[in-house]
Design a protein around this ligand. Structure first.
Ligand code: RB5
Length: 149
């Protein structure tokens, strides 16, 4: 994944600069969708900006950080075509790409420290969707989304 949109709330902002530096060091092109300070704000706004950026094909995927990763991933998953995972360890991040073709990774700055967060990011960025039997299941998710609209 070479182009990534980044979003966080005021709690996630604690990890922002270090995660952006890590992404830049990996050669990832980052679209910064805020927040831009630790002033209190609301995570749905940043999750929406990142999700829309993916759906507009401005980027290949997104990374979101809030306190737990929960609220910001729930919001992203409201957008049809977004498959967001919240992770607190690298194995699920890797499998979420290989099996579920996730296009958004979320984690919580109150849950993981910087070094673990970087391992989660690396596992997610390095993994590729395996397709095959997993494509059938991802297609079934899309069919469920369409049936709801
Ligand atoms: C903000 O206090 C907090 O609720 C938010 O960062 C996140 O953890 C929500 O899921």
């Amino acid at each position: 994944m070479k182009r990534v949109a980044f979003g966080c709330d005021h709690i996630g902002f604690i990890l922002k600069e270090d995660i952006l530096a890590h992404l830049h060091a990996r050669g990832v092109e980052v679209k910064d969708k805020g927040a831009w300070s630790s002033e209190r704000t609301d995570y749905p706004h940043y999750a929406s900006s990142v999700a829309q950026s993916i759906l507009d094909n401005e980027v290949d995927g997104g990374i979101l950080i809030c306190g737990t990763g929960v609220g910001i991933s729930i919001t992203a998953n409201k957008f049809p075509g977004i498959r967001a995972v919240v992770c607190s360890e690298p194995y699920s991040a890797q499998l979420s790409r290989q099996h579920n073709n996730t296009n958004v990774l979320a984690f919580g700055s109150r849950v993981v420290g910087l070094e673990l967060a970087k391992m989660i990011v690396d596992a997610w960025l390095d993994a590729e969707f395996e397709g095959g039997r997993h494509q059938v299941r991802v297609d079934a998710i899309a069919a469920i989304e369409q049936a709801q609209n």
